[in-house]
Ligand binder design. Structure first.
Ligand code: HEC
Length: 616
């Protein structure tokens, strides 16, 4: 270890004196001291700060990733006081994995090129396919029978057909698009892969600037071209030719330093809508950062050209200077109200429904933790319902020794991470279902400016949900997986579970508590079910942080199928594959096949695989 550090430090582009300091010191001490001074306040062995992984979990990340997080990633501000040598020594000190493993893994990737790449058939979107996150304008996450082509009886006949390994990744939360025998996969290290949906061979890879976090949407233009839409971690939004992988247009949707696209796009009437989010809440934990100036927003583009029609902020109050910290750092607000999910389109009312996250620096915006109805044509907010007022949160809120001015007005961080679902009752009344990290399911009347019809507290809720990435609905019931990961940290195994409610009145139909995890000896293993649910006729899918993908009987809540993904895999692209926790996207079901990713290295079991199950 000692020798390795010396070599690495000296071949990095740092001034010679740094190398000399490193050579004459004990590198392990440099790493340990740097970690203790800059990181351990949040990343100790025990979970203290929500979402900040424990020291033990960080050891599972490759050192390159820990280094990069400090140099240019999420921990830029937290590591601002460290020099390059310290950042690197720290990364090597913390990680169990030798430096260089990521490069080896990346080098091991050999995309197996398909023999031929015929263009998609003209009727590819009339056949079984999957496009985007919510699957319909209502965002039900329900895949109809003629597209799913999978029955309850087919489940036991499924087997793993191929696995794809993302080189060097520890987290896989991608929701692909599937059409015309191809699957389009977003990469946690960036890029969009077009693979054969049955064999995993590659047609092409499109390079993006950052990770693709949201779903990929596929559509067909009037001239017959098939086009993909997706956003990335650098807040860049792309339109790509689905046959060739050529870019049609791209747009930097937001210039804020901490902005990113996590939300999945929605398409209606030739206009594509996408929401913006950010990680500024993390930077806001630092007392040298002028927190916070990012404001969530939605951008509308002409799908064919990329021309921006409008960009609408989720916050209407002006951004102003608020307080100063004891050290003179200026704070700003209101900020936040990020958009993490796909907008729900309501052509009848002429609006899109957008759910927002918490505010960052206090005072909280009037529109954070809210459901907004934005005009489809202008983006103007027509009405909004705030379901948790005064929720201003940055990581400073969780730090015992943060400046009191940073902690002023701290709220519980109960964002909306999931899309609202629009449903129509048999009598024609409509209902808008919004599930929050607070653990509450809210039913609003979209035709009465969001008037609350009923509310139901399903779980304690909190920073890691409650209701986190998404729920699903048919014509009668809404199916809601529960995360509660953070709440379970003191008693792992008590999080998770799934509820089915009658959405007309909120009545509970069944609830199935989570199974006791079979991996509690591992850091990051727990029973939470933060991943989005997917529904097909007769089967509900919900993944778990314990690495299992389970299918439930939507009528009774009984578990009818269960596969444990946390093991090693041989992959079609030659990258050693490992499965871990399941979080983020839901299962993609198309033409009798299931597709989903496994691995969540942030505060769960790391992994890097995307799995395809088909009939034996
Ligand atoms: C103020 C609290 C705080 C401090 C101090 C802090 N972190 Fe973090 N860190 C977090 C939180 C919260 C997250 C989770 C971010 C998220 O929500 O995705 C995180 C995430 C990370 C990640 C994962 C990043 C990724 O892109 O997946 C790494 C690696 C990390 N921290 C390393 C460090 C290191 C190294 C230090 C010290 C230089 C440090 N952190 C200091 C709170 C902190």
């Amino acid at each position: 270890m000692f020798r390795q550090v010396i070599r690495l430090l000296c071949c990095s582009v740092v001034v010679v004196t740094f190398c000399e300091i490193a050579l004459s010191d004990d590198d392990t001490n440099i790493g340990r001291d740097a970690f203790e001074s800059a990181c351990s306040g949040c990343h100790s062995h025990k979970l203290v700060v929500p979402r900040a992984m424990s020291r033990t979990q960080m050891a599972e990340l490759p050192p390159e990733k820990i280094f990069k997080a400090q140099k240019e990633g999420l921990m830029l501000i937290q590591a601002a006081g460290l020099n390059e040598i310290e950042k690197r020594a720290l990364a090597i000190y913390v990680s169990k994995i030798p430096w260089g493993t990521v490069r080896e893994k990346k080098a091991a990737e050999k995309l197996s090129q398909c023999d031929t790449s015929p263009p998609l058939a003209a009727d590819a979107l009339e056949k079984p396919h999957w496009s985007g996150w919510g699957l319909d304008l209502d965002n039900t996450h329900f895949q109809p029978a003629d597209r799913a082509r999978l029955d309850i009886d087919d489940l036991e006949n499924l087997e793993l057909k191929w696995a794809f390994g993302y080189p060097g990744a520890t987290t896989v939360t991608t929701q692909p698009a599937v059409a015309g025998g191809r699957i389009y996969l977003g990469g946690p290290n960036g890029g969009i892969y077009a693979l054969d949906s049955k064999t995993g061979c590659a047609h092409w890879k499109f390079e993006t600037g950052g990770a693709v976090r949201g779903a990929i949407l596929i559509t067909q233009f009037e001239d017959g071209r098939f086009v993909l839409f997706a956003g990335d971690r650098e807040a860049m939004f792309y339109a790509i030719d689905a046959n060739t992988g050529e870019m049609l247009w791209k747009d930097k949707a937001d210039d804020h330093k901490w902005a990113l696209i996590t939300a999945s796009p929605a398409l209606y009437g030739g206009i594509v809508y996408v929401g913006l989010s950010s990680f500024e809440e993390l930077a806001g934990g630092s007392d040298v950062y002028e927190c916070c100036t990012f404001r969530g927003n939605v951008v509308a583009y002409v799908a064919a050209t990329g021309k921006r029609l409008w960009k609408s902020s989720t916050i209407v109050e002006p951004l102003e200077k608020t307080r100063q910290l004891a050290n003179g750092t200026q704070l700003w607000g209101p900020s936040g109200a990020a958009v993490w999910s796909q907008p729900t389109i309501d052509p009848k009312a002429g609006v899109l429904y957008v759910t927002t996250g918490d505010s960052y620096s206090a005072p909280a915006a009037a529109t954070s933790d809210s459901v907004l109805a934005m005009d489809l044509k202008t983006g103007k907010i027509k009405w909004h319902v705030q379901t948790y007022a005064g929720d201003a949160f940055t990581t400073a809120c969780a730090l015992p020794d943060a400046d009191p001015a940073q902690k002023e007005g701290c709220g519980p961080d109960v964002d909306y991470g999931s899309s609202a679902i629009l449903r129509t009752l048999p009598d024609g009344r409509r209902i808008l279902l919004a599930g929050q990290k607070s653990g509450v399911m809210h039913a609003l009347d979209p035709d009465k400016r969001g008037e609350i019809i009923w509310q139901k507290q399903l779980s304690p809720g909190g920073v890691l949900g409650g209701i986190e990435w998404g729920f699903a609905a048919d014509d009668k019931y809404v199916y809601v997986p529960i995360s509660d990961v953070w709440e379970s940290s003191s008693a792992p195994g008590q999080a998770g579970g799934v509820y089915a409610l009658n959405f007309a009145d909120g009545r509970e139909i069944w609830n199935t508590p989570a199974a006791k995890p079979d991996c509690l000896e591992r850091a990051g293993c727990n029973a939470g079910q933060p991943a989005a649910a997917t529904l097909i006729p007769g089967v509900l899918f919900s993944g778990s942080m314990d690495g299992h993908m389970r299918a439930y009987d939507p009528g009774t809540g009984k578990v009818i199928w269960d596969v444990d993904t946390k093991r090693d895999y041989t992959t079609v692209n030659g990258v050693p594959g490992t499965g871990g926790a399941i979080k983020g996207a839901g299962v993609t079901v198309v033409d009798g096949w299931l597709y989903f990713g496994s691995g969540y290295g942030l505060w769960g079991l790391p992994g890097n695989v995307f799995l395809a199950y088909g009939p034996k």
